[in-house]
Design a protein around this ligand. Structure first.
Ligand code: AMO
Length: 441
Protein backbone atom coordinates (compact mmCIF):
# COMPACT_ATOMS: atom_id res chain seq x y z
CA UNK A 1 0.00 0.00 0.00
CA UNK A 2 1.23 3.48 -0.83
CA UNK A 3 2.80 5.39 2.06
CA UNK A 4 0.72 8.11 3.72
CA UNK A 5 2.59 10.92 5.46
CA UNK A 6 1.72 11.71 9.06
CA UNK A 7 0.42 15.21 8.29
CA UNK A 8 -2.05 13.84 5.72
CA UNK A 9 -3.79 11.48 8.15
CA UNK A 10 -6.23 14.13 9.40
CA UNK A 11 -7.98 14.06 6.04
CA UNK A 12 -8.29 10.27 5.92
CA UNK A 13 -10.69 9.43 8.73
CA UNK A 14 -12.23 5.99 8.12
CA UNK A 15 -9.50 4.90 5.71
CA UNK A 16 -6.93 2.17 6.10
CA UNK A 17 -3.48 3.55 5.38
CA UNK A 18 0.21 2.68 5.67
CA UNK A 19 2.50 4.93 7.71
CA UNK A 20 6.29 4.65 7.79
CA UNK A 21 8.56 6.21 10.33
CA UNK A 22 10.38 5.99 13.66
CA UNK A 23 8.99 5.06 17.06
CA UNK A 24 9.30 8.41 18.82
CA UNK A 25 7.69 7.51 22.16
CA UNK A 26 6.00 4.46 23.60
CA UNK A 27 3.50 4.09 26.46
CA UNK A 28 3.08 0.42 27.29
CA UNK A 29 -0.01 -0.59 29.28
CA UNK A 30 0.74 -4.25 28.52
CA UNK A 31 -2.55 -5.19 26.77
CA UNK A 32 -2.72 -1.89 24.98
CA UNK A 33 0.26 0.08 23.68
CA UNK A 34 0.43 3.68 22.45
CA UNK A 35 3.26 4.90 20.29
CA UNK A 36 3.94 8.25 18.69
CA UNK A 37 5.20 7.62 15.20
CA UNK A 38 7.44 10.26 13.62
CA UNK A 39 8.10 11.00 9.99
CA UNK A 40 9.40 14.13 8.31
CA UNK A 41 6.01 15.79 8.58
CA UNK A 42 5.34 15.29 12.29
CA UNK A 43 4.05 12.96 14.99
CA UNK A 44 0.92 10.83 15.24
CA UNK A 45 -0.48 8.61 17.94
CA UNK A 46 -0.87 4.92 17.10
CA UNK A 47 -2.73 2.54 19.35
CA UNK A 48 -2.49 -1.24 19.15
CA UNK A 49 -2.48 -4.43 21.12
CA UNK A 50 0.47 -5.44 23.25
CA UNK A 51 0.88 -8.51 21.01
CA UNK A 52 1.33 -6.32 17.93
CA UNK A 53 3.30 -3.34 19.29
CA UNK A 54 4.67 -4.55 22.63
CA UNK A 55 8.16 -5.49 21.45
CA UNK A 56 8.83 -2.18 19.67
CA UNK A 57 11.72 -0.11 20.93
CA UNK A 58 12.30 3.63 20.62
CA UNK A 59 13.71 4.65 17.20
CA UNK A 60 12.82 1.32 15.58
CA UNK A 61 11.78 2.04 11.99
CA UNK A 62 8.38 0.61 11.18
CA UNK A 63 5.74 0.31 8.53
CA UNK A 64 2.27 0.25 10.10
CA UNK A 65 -1.01 -0.45 8.40
CA UNK A 66 -3.88 1.01 10.36
CA UNK A 67 -7.29 2.59 10.45
CA UNK A 68 -7.55 6.36 10.86
CA UNK A 69 -10.06 7.22 13.59
CA UNK A 70 -11.37 10.55 14.81
CA UNK A 71 -10.54 11.06 18.47
CA UNK A 72 -13.46 11.67 20.85
CA UNK A 73 -13.73 15.37 21.73
CA UNK A 74 -12.12 15.08 25.16
CA UNK A 75 -9.18 13.04 23.80
CA UNK A 76 -8.16 15.66 21.22
CA UNK A 77 -4.55 16.78 21.70
CA UNK A 78 -4.31 20.47 20.74
CA UNK A 79 -0.48 20.35 20.94
CA UNK A 80 -0.25 17.93 18.03
CA UNK A 81 -1.12 18.89 14.44
CA UNK A 82 -2.59 15.41 14.10
CA UNK A 83 -4.22 15.63 17.54
CA UNK A 84 -7.74 15.16 16.17
CA UNK A 85 -7.06 11.61 14.97
CA UNK A 86 -5.31 8.43 16.01
CA UNK A 87 -4.41 5.26 14.16
CA UNK A 88 -5.60 1.83 15.18
CA UNK A 89 -2.72 -0.44 14.23
CA UNK A 90 -3.67 -3.52 12.20
CA UNK A 91 -0.36 -4.75 10.76
CA UNK A 92 3.26 -4.07 11.62
CA UNK A 93 6.56 -4.60 9.81
CA UNK A 94 9.84 -3.57 11.45
CA UNK A 95 12.10 -2.13 8.73
CA UNK A 96 15.11 -1.49 10.97
CA UNK A 97 15.88 -2.12 14.64
CA UNK A 98 17.44 0.58 16.79
CA UNK A 99 20.03 -0.06 19.45
CA UNK A 100 19.22 1.14 22.95
CA UNK A 101 19.24 4.93 23.05
CA UNK A 102 22.06 6.71 24.88
CA UNK A 103 19.88 9.80 25.44
CA UNK A 104 16.20 10.17 26.28
CA UNK A 105 14.59 11.39 23.05
CA UNK A 106 11.02 11.27 24.31
CA UNK A 107 10.99 14.59 26.17
CA UNK A 108 9.53 17.68 24.51
CA UNK A 109 12.91 19.35 25.03
CA UNK A 110 16.05 17.23 25.02
CA UNK A 111 17.27 17.40 28.60
CA UNK A 112 20.98 17.00 27.93
CA UNK A 113 23.88 19.41 28.02
CA UNK A 114 25.02 20.86 24.69
CA UNK A 115 28.23 18.74 24.42
CA UNK A 116 26.18 15.54 24.80
CA UNK A 117 23.62 16.78 22.30
CA UNK A 118 26.44 17.37 19.82
CA UNK A 119 28.19 14.09 20.62
CA UNK A 120 24.97 12.35 19.55
CA UNK A 121 24.24 14.76 16.69
CA UNK A 122 22.91 12.05 14.34
CA UNK A 123 20.31 11.19 16.95
CA UNK A 124 19.56 14.66 18.22
CA UNK A 125 18.71 15.74 14.66
CA UNK A 126 15.68 13.44 14.95
CA UNK A 127 14.17 15.43 17.79
CA UNK A 128 11.29 17.65 16.60
CA UNK A 129 12.65 20.70 18.39
CA UNK A 130 16.12 20.31 16.90
CA UNK A 131 14.57 19.79 13.48
CA UNK A 132 12.66 23.02 13.95
CA UNK A 133 15.92 24.96 14.29
CA UNK A 134 17.12 23.80 10.89
CA UNK A 135 13.74 24.28 9.25
CA UNK A 136 13.89 27.94 10.34
CA UNK A 137 17.48 28.21 9.11
CA UNK A 138 16.55 26.73 5.72
CA UNK A 139 13.75 29.29 5.40
CA UNK A 140 16.14 32.12 6.39
CA UNK A 141 18.68 31.12 3.73
CA UNK A 142 16.04 30.53 1.08
CA UNK A 143 14.46 33.91 1.83
CA UNK A 144 17.86 35.64 1.59
CA UNK A 145 18.31 34.10 -1.86
CA UNK A 146 14.85 34.93 -3.11
CA UNK A 147 14.89 38.49 -1.76
CA UNK A 148 18.03 39.21 -3.78
CA UNK A 149 17.01 37.32 -6.89
CA UNK A 150 13.88 39.48 -6.95
CA UNK A 151 16.24 42.47 -7.11
CA UNK A 152 18.15 40.97 -10.02
CA UNK A 153 21.20 39.75 -8.08
CA UNK A 154 23.24 36.84 -9.45
CA UNK A 155 24.30 34.02 -7.13
CA UNK A 156 27.98 33.12 -7.20
CA UNK A 157 30.11 30.45 -5.55
CA UNK A 158 32.99 31.87 -3.57
CA UNK A 159 36.25 29.94 -3.31
CA UNK A 160 37.22 28.62 0.13
CA UNK A 161 40.96 28.42 -0.51
CA UNK A 162 42.39 31.89 -0.95
CA UNK A 163 45.77 33.54 -1.19
CA UNK A 164 45.15 36.72 0.80
CA UNK A 165 43.55 37.81 4.04
CA UNK A 166 40.97 40.49 3.17
CA UNK A 167 39.60 41.12 6.66
CA UNK A 168 43.08 41.63 8.06
CA UNK A 169 45.03 40.04 10.80
CA UNK A 170 45.38 36.97 12.75
CA UNK A 171 42.24 34.92 12.64
CA UNK A 172 42.94 32.71 9.64
CA UNK A 173 43.53 29.02 9.13
CA UNK A 174 46.61 28.35 7.07
CA UNK A 175 46.46 25.66 4.42
CA UNK A 176 49.41 23.70 3.18
CA UNK A 177 48.78 24.22 -0.52
CA UNK A 178 51.30 22.15 -2.46
CA UNK A 179 54.51 24.17 -2.02
CA UNK A 180 52.69 27.36 -1.06
CA UNK A 181 50.89 28.86 1.88
CA UNK A 182 47.20 29.55 1.41
CA UNK A 183 44.30 30.32 3.74
CA UNK A 184 40.74 29.24 4.37
CA UNK A 185 38.53 32.15 3.37
CA UNK A 186 37.51 34.54 6.18
CA UNK A 187 35.02 36.17 3.86
CA UNK A 188 34.19 36.24 0.14
CA UNK A 189 34.59 40.02 0.42
CA UNK A 190 37.17 40.62 -2.30
CA UNK A 191 35.46 38.23 -4.70
CA UNK A 192 32.01 39.73 -4.28
CA UNK A 193 33.35 43.25 -4.72
CA UNK A 194 35.36 42.44 -7.81
CA UNK A 195 32.42 40.55 -9.30
CA UNK A 196 30.25 43.67 -9.13
CA UNK A 197 32.52 45.25 -11.72
CA UNK A 198 31.23 42.64 -14.18
CA UNK A 199 27.79 41.53 -12.92
CA UNK A 200 26.71 44.66 -10.94
CA UNK A 201 24.70 42.72 -8.33
CA UNK A 202 25.88 39.49 -6.72
CA UNK A 203 25.24 37.38 -3.65
CA UNK A 204 26.51 34.16 -2.18
CA UNK A 205 25.69 31.68 0.57
CA UNK A 206 29.01 30.29 1.64
CA UNK A 207 31.20 29.09 4.45
CA UNK A 208 33.63 31.42 6.15
CA UNK A 209 36.45 30.32 8.43
CA UNK A 210 37.70 32.25 11.45
CA UNK A 211 40.53 30.92 13.60
CA UNK A 212 39.29 32.90 16.56
CA UNK A 213 40.80 31.40 19.69
CA UNK A 214 37.76 32.32 21.76
CA UNK A 215 35.12 30.06 23.15
CA UNK A 216 32.11 32.39 23.17
CA UNK A 217 28.46 31.47 22.69
CA UNK A 218 28.37 33.56 19.48
CA UNK A 219 31.44 32.43 17.55
CA UNK A 220 32.06 29.42 15.39
CA UNK A 221 35.29 28.71 13.55
CA UNK A 222 33.26 27.83 10.45
CA UNK A 223 30.07 29.78 9.81
CA UNK A 224 27.59 30.36 6.98
CA UNK A 225 27.78 33.87 5.62
CA UNK A 226 25.01 35.44 3.56
CA UNK A 227 26.88 37.96 1.41
CA UNK A 228 25.49 40.60 -0.93
CA UNK A 229 27.27 43.28 -2.94
CA UNK A 230 26.10 45.73 -5.60
CA UNK A 231 27.21 48.87 -7.37
CA UNK A 232 25.96 52.06 -8.99
CA UNK A 233 24.95 53.22 -5.52
CA UNK A 234 24.41 56.92 -4.84
CA UNK A 235 25.28 56.61 -1.16
CA UNK A 236 25.67 54.15 1.69
CA UNK A 237 21.96 54.64 2.43
CA UNK A 238 21.15 52.46 -0.55
CA UNK A 239 23.14 49.64 1.01
CA UNK A 240 21.21 49.99 4.27
CA UNK A 241 17.90 50.10 2.42
CA UNK A 242 18.79 46.91 0.57
CA UNK A 243 19.83 45.19 3.78
CA UNK A 244 16.66 46.29 5.54
CA UNK A 245 14.58 44.97 2.65
CA UNK A 246 16.38 41.60 2.82
CA UNK A 247 15.99 41.30 6.60
CA UNK A 248 12.28 42.18 6.44
CA UNK A 249 11.83 39.64 3.63
CA UNK A 250 13.52 36.97 5.78
CA UNK A 251 11.26 37.77 8.75
CA UNK A 252 8.13 37.68 6.56
CA UNK A 253 9.04 34.25 5.23
CA UNK A 254 9.83 32.87 8.69
CA UNK A 255 6.56 34.30 10.00
CA UNK A 256 4.66 32.70 7.14
CA UNK A 257 6.31 29.30 6.99
CA UNK A 258 7.55 28.60 10.53
CA UNK A 259 4.56 29.15 12.82
CA UNK A 260 4.92 25.67 14.34
CA UNK A 261 8.66 26.06 14.81
CA UNK A 262 8.38 29.53 16.40
CA UNK A 263 5.72 28.20 18.78
CA UNK A 264 7.97 25.33 19.89
CA UNK A 265 10.50 27.91 21.06
CA UNK A 266 7.94 30.41 22.25
CA UNK A 267 9.70 32.76 19.83
CA UNK A 268 8.51 35.84 18.02
CA UNK A 269 9.84 37.74 15.05
CA UNK A 270 11.95 40.74 16.16
CA UNK A 271 10.11 43.99 16.66
CA UNK A 272 10.47 46.41 13.74
CA UNK A 273 9.77 50.11 13.58
CA UNK A 274 8.83 51.71 10.29
CA UNK A 275 12.50 52.18 9.45
CA UNK A 276 15.43 50.52 11.25
CA UNK A 277 17.07 53.23 13.40
CA UNK A 278 20.68 54.17 12.69
CA UNK A 279 23.19 55.63 15.10
CA UNK A 280 26.88 56.53 14.86
CA UNK A 281 29.27 54.56 17.05
CA UNK A 282 30.31 57.66 18.98
CA UNK A 283 26.69 58.62 19.69
CA UNK A 284 25.95 55.05 20.73
CA UNK A 285 28.86 55.22 23.16
CA UNK A 286 27.54 58.46 24.64
CA UNK A 287 24.11 56.91 25.11
CA UNK A 288 25.65 53.87 26.79
CA UNK A 289 27.59 56.16 29.12
CA UNK A 290 24.47 58.14 29.97
CA UNK A 291 22.37 55.01 30.56
CA UNK A 292 24.84 52.91 32.50
CA UNK A 293 27.75 55.10 33.60
CA UNK A 294 30.03 52.66 31.76
CA UNK A 295 32.52 54.74 29.80
CA UNK A 296 33.31 53.07 26.47
CA UNK A 297 33.69 56.40 24.63
CA UNK A 298 37.30 55.84 23.66
CA UNK A 299 36.79 52.23 22.51
CA UNK A 300 37.12 51.34 18.81
CA UNK A 301 34.21 48.92 18.83
CA UNK A 302 31.24 47.88 20.94
CA UNK A 303 31.87 45.19 23.54
CA UNK A 304 29.14 42.54 24.04
CA UNK A 305 27.65 44.50 26.98
CA UNK A 306 27.56 47.66 24.85
CA UNK A 307 25.79 45.83 22.04
CA UNK A 308 23.16 44.62 24.49
CA UNK A 309 22.74 48.13 25.90
CA UNK A 310 22.34 49.85 22.55
CA UNK A 311 19.78 47.24 21.52
CA UNK A 312 17.89 47.89 24.76
CA UNK A 313 17.99 51.60 23.93
CA UNK A 314 16.70 51.01 20.38
CA UNK A 315 13.84 48.93 21.69
CA UNK A 316 12.83 51.40 24.39
CA UNK A 317 13.34 54.60 22.44
CA UNK A 318 12.70 53.59 18.84
CA UNK A 319 10.41 50.57 19.19
CA UNK A 320 12.86 48.40 17.27
CA UNK A 321 14.80 45.23 18.07
CA UNK A 322 17.08 46.15 15.16
CA UNK A 323 19.53 49.02 15.02
CA UNK A 324 22.24 49.99 12.56
CA UNK A 325 25.49 51.28 14.09
CA UNK A 326 27.70 53.23 11.68
CA UNK A 327 31.00 55.10 11.54
CA UNK A 328 33.66 52.82 12.91
CA UNK A 329 37.25 54.07 12.93
CA UNK A 330 38.57 53.88 9.37
CA UNK A 331 41.98 52.69 10.52
CA UNK A 332 40.44 49.80 12.42
CA UNK A 333 38.41 48.58 9.45
CA UNK A 334 39.69 46.62 6.45
CA UNK A 335 41.50 48.47 3.66
CA UNK A 336 38.50 48.47 1.31
CA UNK A 337 36.16 50.51 3.57
CA UNK A 338 35.06 53.96 2.42
CA UNK A 339 35.91 56.85 4.75
CA UNK A 340 33.07 59.30 5.31
CA UNK A 341 34.04 62.33 3.15
CA UNK A 342 32.62 64.61 5.88
CA UNK A 343 34.66 62.94 8.60
CA UNK A 344 37.32 60.66 7.06
CA UNK A 345 38.58 59.35 10.39
CA UNK A 346 35.37 57.32 10.43
CA UNK A 347 34.26 54.89 7.76
CA UNK A 348 30.91 54.39 6.06
CA UNK A 349 30.82 50.94 7.57
CA UNK A 350 27.69 49.76 9.31
CA UNK A 351 26.85 46.87 11.63
CA UNK A 352 23.30 45.67 12.11
CA UNK A 353 22.53 44.65 15.70
CA UNK A 354 19.47 42.76 16.82
CA UNK A 355 18.45 41.41 20.22
CA UNK A 356 21.76 42.34 21.74
CA UNK A 357 24.21 41.06 19.16
CA UNK A 358 25.78 41.89 15.78
CA UNK A 359 23.96 40.16 12.93
CA UNK A 360 25.86 41.71 10.04
CA UNK A 361 28.56 44.08 8.84
CA UNK A 362 28.56 46.07 5.66
CA UNK A 363 28.95 49.47 4.13
CA UNK A 364 30.27 51.40 1.19
CA UNK A 365 33.60 50.29 -0.36
CA UNK A 366 36.34 52.25 -2.02
CA UNK A 367 36.07 52.11 -5.78
CA UNK A 368 38.85 54.47 -6.86
CA UNK A 369 41.85 52.42 -7.99
CA UNK A 370 44.53 54.85 -6.77
CA UNK A 371 42.98 55.15 -3.31
CA UNK A 372 42.62 51.40 -2.98
CA UNK A 373 46.25 50.95 -4.02
CA UNK A 374 47.37 53.53 -1.47
CA UNK A 375 45.41 51.74 1.25
CA UNK A 376 46.82 48.35 0.27
CA UNK A 377 50.26 49.73 1.09
CA UNK A 378 49.14 51.61 4.20
CA UNK A 379 47.40 48.54 5.57
CA UNK A 380 50.60 46.55 5.05
CA UNK A 381 49.24 44.21 2.39
CA UNK A 382 51.25 42.97 -0.56
CA UNK A 383 50.09 44.31 -3.90
CA UNK A 384 50.52 40.94 -5.58
CA UNK A 385 48.28 39.25 -3.00
CA UNK A 386 45.31 41.40 -4.05
CA UNK A 387 46.29 41.69 -7.71
CA UNK A 388 43.03 40.26 -9.02
CA UNK A 389 41.04 42.67 -6.87
CA UNK A 390 43.09 45.66 -7.99
CA UNK A 391 42.71 44.62 -11.59
CA UNK A 392 38.92 44.87 -11.32
CA UNK A 393 39.12 48.45 -10.05
CA UNK A 394 41.72 49.49 -12.58
CA UNK A 395 39.37 48.94 -15.46
CA UNK A 396 36.27 50.94 -14.56
CA UNK A 397 34.47 50.40 -11.25
CA UNK A 398 31.24 52.12 -10.13
CA UNK A 399 30.58 53.10 -6.48
CA UNK A 400 29.67 49.96 -4.56
CA UNK A 401 28.65 48.54 -1.24
CA UNK A 402 27.24 45.45 0.42
CA UNK A 403 26.77 43.48 3.59
CA UNK A 404 27.06 40.00 5.11
CA UNK A 405 24.65 38.39 7.56
CA UNK A 406 25.55 35.37 9.70
CA UNK A 407 23.02 32.57 9.11
CA UNK A 408 23.62 30.89 12.47
CA UNK A 409 23.34 34.14 14.40
CA UNK A 410 20.02 34.99 12.74
CA UNK A 411 18.64 31.54 13.52
CA UNK A 412 19.94 31.70 17.09
CA UNK A 413 18.43 35.09 17.85
CA UNK A 414 15.11 34.51 16.13
CA UNK A 415 14.58 31.39 18.22
CA UNK A 416 16.25 32.63 21.40
CA UNK A 417 18.84 29.83 21.51
CA UNK A 418 21.52 30.16 24.15
CA UNK A 419 24.49 29.08 22.05
CA UNK A 420 25.27 29.57 18.36
CA UNK A 421 26.45 25.94 18.23
CA UNK A 422 22.80 24.88 18.51
CA UNK A 423 22.15 26.72 15.24
CA UNK A 424 24.89 24.92 13.33
CA UNK A 425 24.28 21.36 12.17
CA UNK A 426 27.92 20.42 12.55
CA UNK A 427 29.50 23.18 14.63
CA UNK A 428 33.23 23.71 14.46
CA UNK A 429 34.89 25.42 17.39
CA UNK A 430 38.23 25.25 19.12
CA UNK A 431 37.26 21.97 20.73
CA UNK A 432 35.24 20.19 18.11
CA UNK A 433 35.42 18.98 14.52
CA UNK A 434 32.43 16.64 14.85
CA UNK A 435 34.31 14.73 17.54
CA UNK A 436 35.59 16.36 20.70
CA UNK A 437 39.24 17.10 20.12
CA UNK A 438 40.18 16.76 23.77
CA UNK A 439 38.86 13.20 23.96
CA UNK A 440 40.38 12.35 20.57
CA UNK A 441 43.92 12.88 21.76
P1 AMO B 1 32.03 40.26 9.53
O1 AMO B 1 33.39 39.80 9.87
O2 AMO B 1 31.36 41.17 10.51
O3 AMO B 1 32.00 41.03 8.14
O4 AMO B 1 31.06 39.01 9.31
C1 AMO B 1 29.74 39.19 8.88
C2 AMO B 1 28.76 38.43 9.77
O5 AMO B 1 29.07 37.03 9.76
C3 AMO B 1 28.79 36.47 11.03
N1 AMO B 1 30.03 35.94 11.61
C4 AMO B 1 30.09 34.88 12.43
N2 AMO B 1 29.15 34.05 12.92
C5 AMO B 1 29.55 33.06 13.76
N3 AMO B 1 30.83 32.85 14.11
C6 AMO B 1 31.82 33.65 13.64
N4 AMO B 1 33.10 33.42 13.99
C7 AMO B 1 31.47 34.72 12.76
N5 AMO B 1 32.16 35.68 12.11
C8 AMO B 1 31.28 36.41 11.42
C9 AMO B 1 28.25 37.59 11.91
C10 AMO B 1 28.84 38.81 11.24
O6 AMO B 1 28.08 39.97 11.51
N6 AMO B 1 33.39 41.32 4.80
C11 AMO B 1 32.53 41.70 5.91
C12 AMO B 1 31.08 41.81 5.46
C13 AMO B 1 30.80 42.98 4.54
O7 AMO B 1 31.28 44.07 4.81
O8 AMO B 1 30.05 42.77 3.55
C14 AMO B 1 32.65 40.66 7.01
O9 AMO B 1 33.20 39.58 6.85
O10 AMO B 1 26.84 37.58 11.86
Amino acid sequence: MERTLVEDTINKIGETITLKGWVNTKRDHSKIVFIDLRDRTGLIQIVGTGDLLGSLKLEDVVSIEGLVKARPEKMINPDLTTGTVEIEALKLAVLSHSAELPIDMSKETLEVELPTLLDYRSLSFRHPKIQAIFKVQAVVIDAFRRALMEKDFLEFQAPSIINAVPEGGSEVFKVDYFDHEAYLSQSPQLYKSLLTTAFERVFSVNHIFRAEPSATTRHLTEAVSLDAEFNFIESVDEVLDMEEYVVRYIFDEVQQHCQKELALFNATIPLMSEKFPIIKLRDAQEIIFERTGRDCRTEKDLAPDDEREICAWAKEEKGSDLVFVSHFLTKKKPFYCYPDPADPEYALSVDLLCRGVEWSSGGQRLNDYETILKNVHEWGLKEEDVALYLQAFKFGSPPLGGFALGAERITMYILGLKNVREASMFPRDMERIDLRLSSAK
